[in-house]
Design a protein around this ligand. Structure first.
Ligand code: PLP
Length: 430
């Protein structure tokens, strides 16, 4: 199993790589992908975090790829969003049918801009309703996108006017995350106080991702929704990472029996095959724009290519009574059983948290060298797991074969054992 030649090439590139120092970056050059594997000339790597939790349906799916061919046949390169296309409107009506039942969808390029539009929509809803509430708050530990906020704030044209007034930095991550021990009570108590002070919306993740898969206690979201109703606060539910079957339902919030006012999504909507995001707005909020202009827009909003691909993915997610999503239950059982065993075996693993096929090992003692070694060993054994801070993620494509899943988790177990045995843990733990 152990292959000691990493074959990672230091690449001289003019590309900025996100989140890291640009000096001395080493990367594998990927030139092929299929099913749950990515390849370079010499290696076949299990993509055990679906890229960045995007490629839910696996790589090189011929049904999705046919969508590109069909798109090419139309000859349409681009039409602006003031023309309609069959694929765009088919996609929005399917999304509404599977969420609010009534409402509208605004298409964006990805997740960060979907959240920016959602936040502005919530603020604008209150503004147009004659309310002065404009604060949008989020959890202390959360992730909603890595762009700068509000590119439009630096746009010196007329369209800035009402955004300048309302789309300020009235966005604050100050809600206490829930914890399991008190069933989220302290968090709800703190949030109730916050909601009474100029808050127009909260933004939550359908299921926490990058912050470390922090789980919601039972009934927590239902109670949070009750508070939001009491204080007339909108709920924006970010399903960018947790959507499209990732946690065992089409969207993660659906397991909690709540009805967010605005849902944002991206990633799995096209299974990563092409960039697309969506802001899914219920009728109560979208109706306000019947007689007021919607003051945002993007050149590629509802572009026919990603919408065509998303419709293909939609077909696959919903095919045969959501078979792909239903099949994740068995895989979730495998992941939880094996990962909990791994967690109990190794002292440097502080926790394993998981919802469906979105989980992570939290590595004790935020120690870069130990974490770097873990990632090195994983990749050296042809397993790619995304690392964010001290969390190593387990989120393979939903379609992963059970045998490959078990085999990969066995390998991960062996890698942790090697790290324990050769004392890397002791060396780095201090
Ligand atoms: N929201 C959540 C929950 C995410 O996990 C991410 C990205 O990982 C984003 C938003 C940002 O999405 P994008 O990178 O597509 O802009």
């Amino acid at each position: 199993m152990m292959n000691n030649t990493m074959n990672i090439i230091r690449r001289v590139s003019n590309t900025f790589i996100p989140w890291v120092k640009q000096n001395n970056i080493k990367q594998l050059n990927i030139n092929k992908a299929s099913n749950v594997f990515i390849y370079n000339d010499k290696r076949k790597i299990v993509d055990f975090t679906s890229g960045a939790m995007a490629v839910n349906l696996g790589h090189n799916n011929s049904y999705i790829l046919d969508g590109f061919n069909n798109h090419i046949k139309t000859g349409i390169s681009y039409v602006p969003s003031n023309f309609s296309t069959y694929e765009r409107d088919k996609l929005s009506s399917r999304i509404i049918e599977h969420t609010h039942k009534k409402g509208k969808v605004f298409f964006t390029n990805a997740g960060a801009d979907a959240n920016e539009c959602a936040i502005f929509t919530a603020q604008e809803y209150f503004n147009l309703s004659g309310s002065k509430k404009s604060r949008v708050i989020s959890f202390n530990k959360s992730f909603h996108g890595g762009s700068t906020i509000g590119a439009s704030l630096i746009s010196g044209d007329k369209r800035l006017e009402n955004k300048d007034k309302f789309y300020k930095l009235s966005l604050e991550p100050i809600m206490e995350n829930p914890n399991m021990e008190d069933k989220g009570k302290a968090s709800l108590k703190q949030i109730e106080k916050l909601l009474q002070n100029d808050v127009c919306a909260i933004i939550i993740e359908g299921s926490s991702g990058s912050a470390g898969c922090i789980l919601y206690p039972k009934d927590y979201l239902k109670k949070l929704e009750k508070l939001c109703n009491k204080y007339n606060v909108l709920i924006i539910c970010d399903e960018v990472m947790s959507g499209w079957g990732r946690t065992g339902s089409l969207f993660a919030y659906q397991k909690h029996d709540i009805n967010p006012d605005i849902i944002t999504t991206a990633k799995g909507i096209t299974s990563g095959y092409s960039p697309l995001g969506a802001v899914i707005i219920n009728e109560k909020v979208s109706d306000i724009f019947n007689d007021n202009p919607l003051m945002y827009g993007l050149t590629y909003s509802g572009h026919i290519l990603p919408c065509t691909i998303a419709n293909r993915c939609f077909d696959l997610y919903t095919n045969n009574y959501y078979e792909i999503i239903r099949n994740t239950y068995e895989k979730t059982d495998i992941i939880e059983k094996m990962c909990n065993n791994i967690f109990l075996k190794y002292p440097f693993i502080k926790d394993f948290r998981n919802n469906g096929m979105l989980g992570c090992f939290e590595i004790d003692n935020y120690n870069n060298k130990l974490l770097e070694r873990i990632c090195f060993e994983l990749l050296n054994n042809n397993i790619y797991c995304l690392r964010i801070r001290n969390n190593i993620f387990i989120a393979p494509p939903l379609i992963i074969d059970n045998e490959i899943l078990i085999d990969t988790l066995d390998k991960i177990d062996m890698i942790f054992e090697k790290i324990l045995n050769i004392g890397i843990y002791n060396e780095y733990y201090r």
